[in-house]
Design a protein around this ligand. Sequence first.
Ligand code: ADP
Ligand code: G6P
Length: 753
Amino acid sequence: MNKTIIVSNRLPLQIDISNDKLRITPSVGGLATGMKSVHEEGKTLWIGWSGLKEEDLDDTLTRKVDQAVAQEHCAAVSLTGKDLDNFYYGFSNRTLWPLFHYFMEYTYFENIQWESYKRVNRKFADMVLKHTDDGDTIWIHDYQLLLLPELIKRERPNASIGFFLHIPFPSYEVFRTMPWREELLRGMLGADLLGFHTYDYERHFLSSVRRILRLDTHFNEISYEGRTIRVDSFPMGIDYRKFHNAAIAHGRQNEAQKSDLQKRLDTHLLSTPGAKMILSIDRLDYTKGIPNRLRAFEYFLEKYPQFREKVRFVLLAVPSRSNVPQYQLLKKETDELVGRINGRFSSVSWTPIWYFYRSMPFENLIDLYTSCDVALITPIRDGMNLVAKEYIATRVDQSGILVLSEMAGAAKEMNEALLINPNNFEQIADTLKRALEMPVEEQAERNAFLQQRLERYSVDKWAGEFLKALRATRKLHHVMVSRKLNAEIREQVLLDYYKSKNRLLLLDYDGTLVNFTNKPKEARPDEALYDLLDRLHQTPGTDLVIISGRDKETLGEWFGDRGYTLIAEHGAWKKEGTEDWTPLETLRTDWMQNLKPVLDTFVDRTPGTFLEEKNFSLAWHFRKADPELGQMRATELKTVLTSLISNYELSVLEGNKVIEIKSSNVNKGRASSRMLTEKNYDFIFAMGDDWTDEYMFEQLPDEAVTVKVGIKKSGARYFVHDTEKVRELLEHFLQAGSEDAGIGNTLFFSSKN
Ligand code: ADP
Ligand code: G6P
């Protein structure tokens, strides 16, 4: 049976060694706690780091660790002290973590750490490959493993790979500062499906892909290396039932069953009439806004002194990444702030802040969640924030108020919470007051909505949706692959070619025979192409036609003396052999002087674009423009043109990063149909890459072999991936057509691929 492999830097269990004995505790953090219930559900293997250093393990201990993790359906990747310094504390947590959370001033770019990041991602890849069987699904998690999807895809092209980022993906303006931005994006694009918590992170990622890699995206799909990659948002949920049921059981506890912590909480609540508690729980991380929260609480006590002696703030901070300097500074700052505020406001019977700096067992988390009237969650940036969701899930009687930062991914789906800007102390203080005074009916109303949503979109549902989307993405790929001009189809095409006497080959130029360049003039034919085309042209019974949107001057300069048939400007002109150019249509040009000034304004307003003036058409090229601005202006231009061209017989063609205006009665379809009236062809072949070629595919008879270059929507019967494959196919024609080659050994010699 096929399995799902979960891969993340940290395993859901954390191992410590004392006196040669292993101590296993659950890992903290949204990824581990969330994915744990997915792992417990079905047949999964989880690959990750155990939390130990390779140097601390001898053979016996290593065996013990492997056994312990295997029991939990996990496999451990071992990291050395150096890996930890450079990969974990280094590139992962001093470069990616701060940059992706917009803490640019904390971001540190260091080549040694980058090298280590690559090495450790390779280590993970080896481990995953070792455990992967055909048909398995691999689900990779988070920023520590951005290169892993590509490393696996390269070696297992058929593996189904999903990737989920648990932290924000920053805006392009921030991401572009990363020295290794291309490698990271390409690493991620090894996945078939990329998931983010929110639509904002998704669109930031797509924007970076467009601008940095200059890849085309179509809604949420990216065509890359012959694959279609899907990008989508899946807001992660929690194991709602687990928290809710634990809270119900907690409510039924008698005095003897209560934990010490619960007893202390009760004492406080009972000692003062009207006493209330505010709770916050997070890893001690600068993204969580802990100092801001403390200062805002201090301001709240100043502004609303009526709450002194009554309200207690329970601050639970879990130690995290304490080798990173910023975390050490944060610890110091937090300790000092707590000390100062407690020193300033405490009385004999009241301390405003209860501060815990440690991890706590699940039961104590439930004690805290169920006992506190307000949860104050104020991250400066947070990918999602599961604590906010867990708090709401435990509010069995629907009391309790969540005060939540707008900067947490969770805020996007928790509108009924009281949302605040974590930098606005005035707002936080006022919101705290409002929360503490909120009537229970209003609390219940808000929480009812929140709970319904959390229960419906639980972490199981989230994982299920992600895996369903991954399967759908793979299917989409298969649908496209089924139309691929694969070895079998190619053999049939070559057989038809071989048997035919009069062949017509209609070949588009840019994007088909050569790749696009930033300057159209630079896309000259290379020697190998001339050689290939010359040989095709010289094959008896073969009419070779270059059919292009290029002007006749350029085509004439490049191919004028080769003897092929040339069709220029999408079918406005034709040149056969050594003859002169003849117009194929009677064309007007009077419209050009009226439209040119309009197009000029688009050139002026859109850096990187230019206008190409052909004999019968005007083409606005935006390949070099910022991709997003270019696309936006293209849409604008099309709208403007719709009203302007109504007086003329003109049409607007959208090519590959070009908008061209030309007479309606000129297109490659009409031009190629004309060719068919001149001779009785028994093999018709057309190949092209953009919308202008679609006219040709549409107009040619059904038996014609039509081929699109690239994976895009098309009326062509088949597709090939790129110009390299185009040339390969033409080379096959030559071999099939060569007189002395026997059909058997010519056609069937390379049926792979
Ligand atoms: P992050 O992933 O950045 O740490 P989240 O709020 O998304 O933040 O996830 C934190 C997870 O860690 C939650 O599931 C929470 O229950 C758990 N957790 C937080 N603090 C503690 C603690 N002191 N002891 C045990 N688990 C904790
Ligand atoms: C966040 C990250 C996780 C990480 C967790 C704990 O939730 O998204 O990838 O595991 O924090 O951090 P740590 O560095 O201890 O693994």
